[in-house]
Design a protein around this ligand. Structure first.
Ligand SMILES: Nc1nc2c(ncn2[C@@H]2O[C@H](COP(=O)(O)OP(=O)(O)OP(=O)(O)O)[C@@H](O)[C@H]2O)c(=O)[nH]1
Ligand SMILES: [Mg+2]
Length: 448
């Protein structure tokens, strides 16, 4: 555990809050809304009331500060929400950071006398959950990893999508750089089709679809091989080793190690929407992502983190405004079932873990209506690409992963909504729910 520096606590300190989740889970939207609401809260009592209550009138102001390295494009994102019509952010790659200085008066009179103003520097780091999918690679040889990836390809839809890549390898290409690159490109194209056309998530190595600063690098020129007699074998095995050392290990040792608190965003509704195969795949991908928080279970993690660790993790089901309030408890319970093992392991190690739901940018209003003769919860909002609001019955969320048969009869449908138009000047904040509770859980104890 890191030791707090008492001298600093009296006046200022930094908390590194990492936000992750697989592609399109809602990271960029979550951080934008959190930041805009934090900047608005000091001026407006109805923005983040739980967080404000925690500070009991001691919140003075919040301001964005520059960061070293790649900055989270907060201003640009606000402009896209303020446009007419408002737009969701583009998909982002790699990692970026946003720093917000929160100024408040300390609680204790004694401390108040020493440091009449305190500052909490909240550093929010956005990074792709795909990168955490690479932790298992550190425990597998190239041959073991290849076998695991190839066994996934035996089932549809992967089997068909993998054909062009496997056909290329079947021609026993010579061990040249050009062939390594061609094989890696075919393998990446296969991963991309699995994601975009079939909604799959368990796609390794994580940097192939989310390369960040390694975009185009020769370190990514490898792929699983069906047998160790292939001419490309030695070259690919060497690349795999370098990928593990220079990219995966470095991420844990240089970045992950410095995080204090972590939010893991999960788009449970999207996984339900696509169907049983995608849901099962998303469940397995999430389990793989969560291995990075099961500190006591991995010697490799212990070595790389060297004792430093995240002491609080919050798992959040995102886009909860897609469903009516009557479904919130089930949504939370479903995510709790999917994250239970990681949560238990974290608590065993003395850290804290919690599960919640969030609509970081709330796009719908709830209502009640009748559907097929029974009273049901409805949501009203503008669907993406439309201009007038619609009232919808979005379906029900099961409290546990549903059996396959249920999908055939009661397939849920959670369409995309258009975001509300936002005022980019701090004051009104962003309509949301769940964000206030999340912030209180993640930071509440830091305002002594
Ligand atoms: N209704 C609703 N939709 C949301 C919300 N948050 C995100 N979305 C939808 O989810 C999409 C993805 O959100 P992002 O924040 O860009 O997701 P991301 O995790 O940053 O995605 P990548 O940058 O691709 O990794 C958005 O374009 C919206 O369509 C929300 O609170 N409510
Ligand atoms: Mg993003």
């Amino acid at each position: 555990m890191r030791r707090p520096d008492l001298g600093k606590i009296l006046s200022e300190r930094t908390v590194r809050l990492a936000v992750t989740g697989l592609s399109q889970a809602g990271k960029t939207v979550f951080i934008t809304s959190l930041a805009h609401n934090l900047l608005s809260a000091p001026a407006n009592p109805v923005v983040l009331p739980i967080f404000r209550a925690r500070l009991g009138g001691r919140l003075l102001g919040a301001r964005i500060e520059p960061v070293e390295g790649r900055a989270f494009p907060y201003e640009k994102l606000l402009q896209s929400f303020a446009a007419d019509p408002p737009r969701w952010p583009e998909s982002t790659t790699g990692t970026s950071a946003l720093r917000i200085a929160i100024r408040y008066r300390p609680r204790s009179l004694l401390w108040g006398a020493v440091a009449p103003l305190s500052t909490l520097r909240l550093e929010i780091i956005d990074y792709p959950g795909e990168w955490l999918l690479d932790l298992p690679l550190l425990e597998q040889s190239f041959e073991e990893w290849s076998q695991a990836m190839l066994s996934l390809c035996r089932e549809e839809p992967r089997a068909t999508e993998a054909r062009p890549w496997l056909d290329f390898l079947a021609g026993r290409p010579e061990a040249t750089e050009a062939n390594a690159r061609a094989a890696a490109e075919l393998y990446t194209a296969y991963l991309r089709r699995c994601r975009t056309e079939h909604g799959l998530s368990l796609l390794q190595p994580g940097r192939f679809l989310s390369p960040g600063e390694h975009w185009g690098s020769a370190l990514l020129h490898f792929c699983p091989l069906p047998n160790s007699a292939a001419p490309l074998h030695a070259l690919m095995r060497e690349r795999y080793e370098r990928y593990r050392k220079e990219i995966v290990e470095r991420f844990y040792a240089d970045h992950f190690r410095r995080f204090d608190r972590q939010v893991v965003l999960v788009d449970v509704l999207r996984a339900l929407n696509i169907g049983p195969a995608a849901f099962e795949d998303a469940r397995r991908a999430l389990a793989s992502v969560l291995r990075s928080f099961r500190f006591g279970r991995s010697n490799i993690l212990t070595r790389l983190l060297g004792g430093a660790r995240i002491d609080r993790v919050l798992f959040l089901a995102t886009k909860a405004d897609h469903v009516a309030p009557g479904q919130y408890a089930n949504l939370r319970q479903l995510l709790a079932k999917m994250t239970i093992e990681a949560g238990l392991d974290m608590r065993f190690e003395g850290a804290q873990a919690e599960v919640g739901i969030v609509a970081a940018v709330r796009c719908t209003e709830p209502g009640i209506g009748s559907y097929q003769g029974k009273s049901v919860g409805l949501v009203k909002g503008i669907l993406e690409g439309e201009t007038t609001p619609k009232v919808l019955y979005a379906g029900e969320v099961p409290p546990a992963p549903p059996p396959r048969e249920l999908w055939a009869t009661q397939r849920p449908d959670f369409p995309n909504f258009q975001p509300p138009r936002l005022d980019p000047t701090p004051g009104e904040g962003v309509p949301q729910f769940g964000l206030d509770e999340a912030l209180d859980y993640l930071l509440g104890d830091k305002f002594a």
